[in-house]
Design a protein around this ligand. Structure first.
Ligand code: RIB
Length: 307
């Protein structure tokens, strides 16, 4: 049976610049292309899960401007239910994304705009939806106190709780105790634990530290090496899927998290949900953009069957 997913997070308009390299301070370089599109980690995750057929609601704050219109259209097209407050005194955020021409890798600056003022009171106003969710997921682009409060409400409601700790930050005391799953990438796992995460063995040690700090399971996403699923009882490396040539890796973590949440909401075993997330991410990196690169369920199922 499929349950509802509630995601707390940020929408921003992604402004993506492709170039051979990033400019140095004080330097101007020529890029090869520019694209404007929907982004923000939480919104991307909501679009990914909805494209996979999940029942998804997204809790955030927007301004009242053309980027807010882009957000509302993106969610309407994907089938995401908006739980949104619009603040005409503020603005809808934007992200600068540098995409390296040769590798498709990226570097990002996010300005969340109105979403930077998401407060615990916004979350409490949606306590019913969060408490009834079968899966609740959040990240760290909005203020941490709101994420912390929402995780507490979701835990009380009995749904599965996921913290995607992106971008990395020092977590509030007791926050990991509220997480059934914490899903950092290698950089975020290093930032949170203070341990190096270059090899699989090192990822295991960092995952151990996250579990020792209270998370039910740590899932460290490893880019082209897949993901590590780590609990106190088992530690399994899930290799990445090959869905074709890599065009852009921006949003791959969001694709993973959206896929993982959608599979969990379907009642899938967590390790198989990690496989589903990896397959979702593998397809997303073969396409440009973040939210627009999220695959449909038949595409993901085909990749899983072929593998
Ligand atoms: O994870 C990718 C996302 O991070 C981009 O869409 C960008 O908006 C930043 O939030």
């Amino acid at each position: 049976m499929s349950g509802a997913i509630v995601i707390l997070g940020v929408f921003v308009a992604d402004t993506a610049y492709r170039a051979e390299r990033a400019p140095r301070m004080g330097e101007t370089i020529m890029g090869s292309s520019f694209k404007l599109g929907p982004g923000g980690k939480g919104s991307n995750q909501a679009v990914a899960a909805a494209r996979l057929g999940a029942d998804v609601a997204f809790l955030t704050r927007l301004g009242d401007d053309p980027f807010a219109d882009m957000a509302l259209k993106t969610w309407s097209d994907a089938g995401v239910k908006p739980l949104v407050t619009q603040d005409p005194e503020s603005y809808t955020g934007a992200a600068y994304i540098f995409v390296e021409e040769t590798s498709g890798d990226n570097a990002i600056i996010v300005c969340p705009g109105a979403a930077a003022s998401i407060a615990p009171s916004d979350v409490e106003a949606r306590a019913q939806e969060i408490g009834n969710a079968s899966v609740f997921m959040t990240q760290l682009e909005q203020p941490m106190d709101a994420a912390h409060r929402a995780l507490a409400i979701a835990r009380e409601g009995g749904g599965a709780t996921i913290l995607n700790p992106a971008p990395a930050a020092d977590l509030a005391d007791g926050m990991l105790d509220l997480c059934d799953y914490v899903t950092p990438n290698e950089t975020e796992a290093e930032g949170i634990t203070g341990l190096p995460v270059a090899s699989l063995d090192e990822a295991r040690k960092a995952a151990d530290a996250l579990v020792a700090s209270g998370a039910g399971a740590a899932i460290v996403t490893l880019g082209e090496r897949g993901a590590l699923f780590h609990t106190p009882d088992r530690s399994v490396h899930v290799p990445a899927f090959d869905a074709g040539a890599v065009v852009e890796t921006t949003g791959a973590g969001d694709a993973f998290n959206g896929g993982f949440a959608a599979a969990l909401a379907d009642g899938t075993d967590p390790l198989d949900a990690v496989r589903f997330g990896c397959a979702t991410a593998a397809i997303s990196v073969t396409r440009p953009g973040t939210a627009p690169s999220m695959p449909s369920r038949p595409e993901v199922e085909r990749l899983l069957e072929d593998a």
